[in-house]
Structures are given as C-alpha cells and as structure tokens.
Design a protein. Structure first.
Length: 198
C-alpha cells in the first residue's frame, strides 16, 4: 500500500470533521454502476448523523495526505432502519448480535491497492472490540444482467467478499433512491451477506 495513504477508524465526535467529505464521496462513487445513485448533500448529511450520534458506530477513513479518498461505515444492526432489520427478524436472528457494515466508497484511482481489504479488517476489529456481536453483515444492490447502464468491463465484488469470509444469504431488503436515469425514486433489491465472528 502507498505509504502516503493513512487508514484510521473514527467514532463519535471524531467523525465530525470528515462528514462532508464522506457525503461527497458517497455521491460521487455511488453515481457509478451498480448503484447509479442520484444523491444530494442534504440527504447525505442527514444520513451520516446516525454515525455521529452512535457510540458504537464508526467510519474508517482513507486519506492521501489531507485528501479523503475513501470511507467505510459500520454500526450495530439495531440502529438501522426497519426495512434493513426486517429480513433478520423474519429469519429469527437476534439483532443485538449483528454488526452491520453500511458501505464502502473509494475513488477509482485508489482501488486495487489493498484499501478495500483494510476497510473490512478495521470494521471487523471494531465489531470484535464491542461485546456481544456474533455476526457481521452487509448488503449489496442487485441489478439485472442486461441493465442498459452496465459497463462492459463491470466485475461484481462477490469474489472479493467471499475472500473476506462472507457468504451470500437468501435475505433481501429493498431501499428506494433515484437512479441517474430515473425521474423519481424506485425500490431496489439489496442482497445480504454474512460472516460469523465467533
């Protein structure tokens, strides 16, 4: 990894100086396939307040010098919205035992440098530093194989996630946002992946 890159996990009030940078990163990175997310700073700032207010949440920040080039979030699942918790409740999981990885965003020029691996390692370290968590989980959007905006060189991250120890589940939730080619928000399916921590 480039020696100029720092990757540090922040929680609580430590996060405040980074929230605008993380919001901008989410808008920029998620605009690309497969998320195609048409974001706004107002919405992102509101979303990120949850991480600022939770003592058990964290954001892993990757910086190249003073520039924030990547971010990766994590939080107890019980602090996520009901639509995210619902599939786990239906399968009989104890929500208090699941630590949720919200998202990872990284600028294209900094990919394939080990930063994504470090994001998973630091979030797992955070989960293990808190008592009672038996599982880590995250979800990823699922798009049709013939989606018109899918790049010809697109490679899904499934193999990368499996190498981190995660397995795909049958659980799906739905989140609504406005795609860059949509006139209004629509629901999208997101598949959950899980890893046992014990």
């Amino acid at each position: 990894m480039d020696t100029n890159i720092s990757i540090i996990t922040y929680s609580g009030a430590q996060l405040e100086p980074y929230l605008d940078d993380v919001a901008r990163l989410r808008i920029e990175v998620f605009r690309a396939f497969p998320y195609l997310y048409e974001g706004s700073m107002e919405h992102e700032q509101e979303y990120l307040k949850t991480y600022l207010s939770s003592p058990f949440a964290a954001i892993v920040i990757a910086q190249d010098g003073d520039k924030v080039v990547g971010a990766s979030t994590c939080i107890p699942l019980v602090q996520e919205p009901d639509n995210v918790k619902k599939p786990f409740l239906e399968k009989g999981y104890n929500l208090n035992e699941i630590y949720y990885y919200g998202e990872s965003v990284l600028l294209p020029d900094y990919r394939q440098k080990g930063i994504g691996v470090a994001f998973f390692e630091q979030r797992e370290r955070k989960a293990r530093s808190l008592s009672g968590f038996k599982w880590a989980s995250f979800c990823g959007v699922e798009r049709p194989a013939d989606h018109p905006l899918k790049p010809t060189d697109y490679v899904p991250l499934n193999h990368f996630w499996r190498r981190r120890g995660f397995q795909q589940t049958e659980m799906v939730c739905y989140m609504s946002w406005k795609d860059i080619n949509e006139a209004a928000e629509s629901p999208k399916p997101l598949r959950f992946w899980m890893k046992e921590l014990i």
